[in-house]
Design a protein around this ligand. Structure first.
Ligand SMILES: [Zn+2]
Length: 141
């Protein structure tokens, strides 16, 4: 699943991050992801907890928070927050009860599916809540 592979990448990055921060005993990690990624936060948290078992982050308390993705239009300067309703032509495929949008799998696809709500331009950038990041790291040296 998507969330599990992301959790794996986060844990990998955490090793380096803890090392560069000089933390030997990490006890709290907060992960923030942009709403455009449409992740399942509780599933990601579960994956982080499961995958860290037996490793150096075993006793870490994980927190996963969603932050709004904000876009800015390069043409008219309009700024708006991502919401799923903005995706045009996002026909959800309902097959055998499985409902998934294409954006869930490839966040990079979002700009191709969204237009500026004000001027309809596709020339815009994510200025906030773009991807996934470790927003807080607590531990002892
Ligand atoms: Zn615009």
């Amino acid at each position: 699943m998507h969330e599990w592979s992301i959790a794996f990448m986060i844990l990998d990055a955490l090793e380096d991050l803890a090392k560069s921060e000089g933390l030997s005993n990490v006890h709290f990690v907060e992960v923030s992801y942009g709403s455009v990624m449409e992740l399942d936060g509780s599933l990601l948290k579960e994956a982080l907890t499961e995958l860290s078992k037996g490793g150096s982050f075993e006793s870490v308390e994980f927190s996963v928070v969603e932050e709004p993705t904000v876009f800015r239009c390069s043409r008219c300067g309009n700024e708006w927050e991502f919401s799923h309703e903005l995706i045009e032509g996002d026909r959800k495929v309902l097959e055998e009860g499985v409902e998934e949008s294409s954006v869930h799998f490839i966040p990079e696809l979002a700009p191709a599916l969204i237009k500026c709500p004000k001027c309809q331009s596709r020339d815009f950038q994510a200025i906030k809540g773009k991807g996934i990041r470790v927003s807080r790291l607590e531990g002892s040296r």
